[in-house]
Ligand binder design. Structure first.
Ligand code: ADP
Ligand code: MG
Ligand code: ZN
Length: 614
């Protein structure tokens, strides 16, 4: 659909197809010449044929194995003689009185044509079945490889061709919705590709690599294609997962081919999908790295390092797991730009639904804003799926427009159906998450030593229902009051659940963990507890095996008990404090929750304006 320069290739007839074709033609010719197809000739016996010959009535005899076609003078229809297989024509006819003089007088009477055909036909009939079997087998193999594509036969010319031919996407930024920040960030890349001179002139280094991070189906591939589409440059696509099961060396050579092609056709975009499949931290885990992955990754890095200052090829990589990537990938001059492509919020979902509703006969009373509200947690791909399924439902009932009922049915099918990949929050859950996050956010706002809130959202991320993002300070040291507030903020979600619902949920588990860690650190490392004083408890050690620090215990049982008690006391004190704060601000939190349910995400200015106004 987006391929412009890739002409659809004509279907190729395999060599086996040709052989079968020829076989069929030969068969027809053979049947024709033996008179089996055209007309039912009269059958003569040897005596009758001998009679014809003796009376000089034979025009021509064509021999086909044991079958002889005899054209009789002055007679339209030929006759057939099925000769005895044991002896030849001459002997048989001689028995009936045809002597050698006939053959001497008319040397061209017998055409050996048929016997030549005979040879060919015999050969084809012997070889045919064998060829047929080979053909069937080879087809079977192709089907087996068809799925995975990584088999022994898989990396032949045709495959390399598929991969290495860039296409020129026609998608534009208009087709990508709900990820405005990401779009804005990549705008610059389009400029780089369009007018590289402008940047080179002022000595700016053109970025080589952009890493797109986000959950599956949020439009990373789409956005990368849209960049190529906007800039009008070819798009070369490879996927990290393709290399995982390959033979050593194949991945690297394919990467080399791909980059060469891209450089020839620069400006161009190379898109490396699922880079985490090859770009996982090397040497991590037991059993060492996977050779092929490592070589492929090294080749990608080598190619990128080898770009000249003015090589106008931009490498875009996508992953949903930035945390596992090899740090070598993220070094300056490689994938040093990171673009977050997150799940869309309510406005974003509405925009995406509208993009995919374009050109579809959506009924007038369908309000995409309503559907956006009901689809919290859906990624762009899920929304596209929703619109498509709705259209299918409409078509199935032979409707002319897509109605709310169609969308509802599609929605039920996606959410309840087995193929559901992402979760959707129901209203009740949304409210619970909103109260929890509002608790955190309000604590941030009112506690004097807290960092400001950067973003509050009730869109799920990973296992968290929602989250409050803060703007961390750049202070090198923090006060004890800051730590106390930090603990209070961490506990605020749980406190809010208790104040408003009178019950608690499992949603606070990581909050509790964080609060406990902070409290323990205050007591054992930072000397911030009057009860335990200044000593550091436990020696911190870097572990070469786990790659993170663990502490070994070098203090008494008694001290351990006192530490536990003190940590508990700090947590309880701060929990009581933040619960009081939340109770005091009931009205404001209720309003904030309403707002959150409505828009799902508040950025810093909106949040602060709301809190100051409310
Ligand atoms: P990802 O690469 O992040 O897994 P894709 O780009 O492959 O996601 O998205 C799959 C499909 O879902 C796209 O082709 C598009 O139809 C739809 N889609 C995903 N995100 C968006 C979006 N932000 N706007 C419009 N359509 C989207
Ligand atoms: Mg993708
Ligand atoms: Zn929380």
């Amino acid at each position: 659909m987006e391929d412009q320069n890739n002409q659809p290739s004509r279907p190729q007839i395999p060599i086996w197809g040709w052989i079968l074709f020829i076989l069929a033609i030969v068969l027809v010719v053979q049947l024709y010449s033996s008179g089996q197809i055209f007309g039912n000739q009269e059958e003569f016996n040897a005596a009758e044929v001998a009679e014809l010959l003796k009376n000089d009535r034979v025009e021509k005899m064509t021999v086909n194995g044991n079958r002889v076609l005899i054209e009789v003078k002055g007679q339209e229809e030929a006759v057939i003689w099925e000769k005895d297989a044991q002896s030849n024509i001459y002997e048989q006819l001689e028995y009936y009185g045809v002597d050698g003089s006939v053959w001497q007088d008319f040397p061209n009477l017998i055409t050996p044509d048929g016997s030549r055909w005979d040879f060919l036909i015999n050969m084809l009939f012997t070889l045919g079945p064998i060829l047929l079997i080979i053909w069937i087998f080879s087809r079977g193999f192709r089907q087996i490889q068809g799925g995975g594509g990584n088999s022994i036969f898989g990396f032949g010319r045709s495959r390399a061709k598929n991969i290495n031919d860039g296409d020129r996407p026609t998608v534009t930024f208009d087709d990508v919705a709900g990820v405005e920040e990401a779009k804005e960030e990549v705008q610059e890349i389009v400029q780089f590709l369009r007018e590289p001179e402008r940047f080179i002139q002022v000595g700016a280094r053109i970025p080589k690599g952009v890493l797109m991070v986000g959950p599956p189906g949020t439009g990373k591939t789409l956005l990368a294609r849209a960049i190529a589409g906007e800039a009008g440059v070819p798009f070369y696509h490879i996927s990290g997962s393709e290399f995982v099961e390959m033979f050593v060396g194949v991945g690297a050579s394919r990467v080399r081919d791909l980059f060469n092609k891209a450089k020839e056709n620069a400006p161009a975009i190379v898109f490396v999908d699922e880079i985490d499949a090859v770009g996982r931290q090397r040497g991590a885990g037991l059993g060492g790295g996977h050779d092929e992955r490592e070589q492929t990754l090294n080749q990608i890095l080598t190619e990128m390092d080898g770009f000249d200052k003015d090589t106008n090829v931009i490498v875009i990589a996508a992953t949903n797991r930035a945390d596992v990537l090899d740090p070598a990938l993220l070094r300056p001059g490689r994938f040093d730009r990171k673009v977050i492509v997150d799940l869309p919020d309510i406005k974003g979902r509405e925009a995406i639904l509208k993009v995919h509703g374009r050109g579809k006969p959506i009924a007038k009373d369908v309000d995409m804003a309503d559907w956006a509200r009901l689809t919290a947690g859906f990624a762009g791909a899920d929304l596209e799926n929703l619109v498509n399924e709705s259209a299918i439902f409409a078509a199935r009932r032979r409707g002319t427009t897509v109605t709310n009922t169609d969308i509802q049915e599609a929605f039920d099918r996606i959410v309840i159906g087995p193929e559901r990949k992402s979760r959707v929050m129901d209203e009740e859950q949304k409210e619970l998450v909103a109260y929890h996050e509002a608790g955190h956010a309000v604590a941030h706002f009112y506690l004097p030593n807290a960092d400001p809130v950067q973003k509050v959202t009730i869109i799920p991320r990973g296992r968290a229902g929602g989250y409050v993002m803060t703007l961390p300070s750049d202070r090198a040291v923090e006060t004890k009051a800051w730590f106390e507030d930090r603990i209070a903020i961490a506990l605020a979600g749980r406190a809010s659940e208790e104040v408003f619902f009178g019950q608690v949920t499992s949603g606070a588990s990581s909050d509790l963990q964080q609060a406990t860690q902070t409290a323990r650190m205050m007591v054992t490392r930072l000397g911030m507890s009057d009860e335990l004083g200044l000593p550091v408890y436990g020696e911190e050690q870097g572990s070469p095996f786990l790659g993170r620090s663990i502490s070994s215990r070098d203090y008494s049982e008694n001290a351990a008990a006192r530490i536990d008690a003190e940590v508990k006391e700090i947590l309880e004190r701060n929990y009581a404090r933040v619960k009081g704060l939340i109770s005091d601000n009931r009205e404001r939190i209720i309003k904030l929750v309403e707002k959150l349910i409505e828009v799902e995400t508040l950025d810093r200015p909106t949040f602060e304006a709301f809190m100051n106004a409310a």
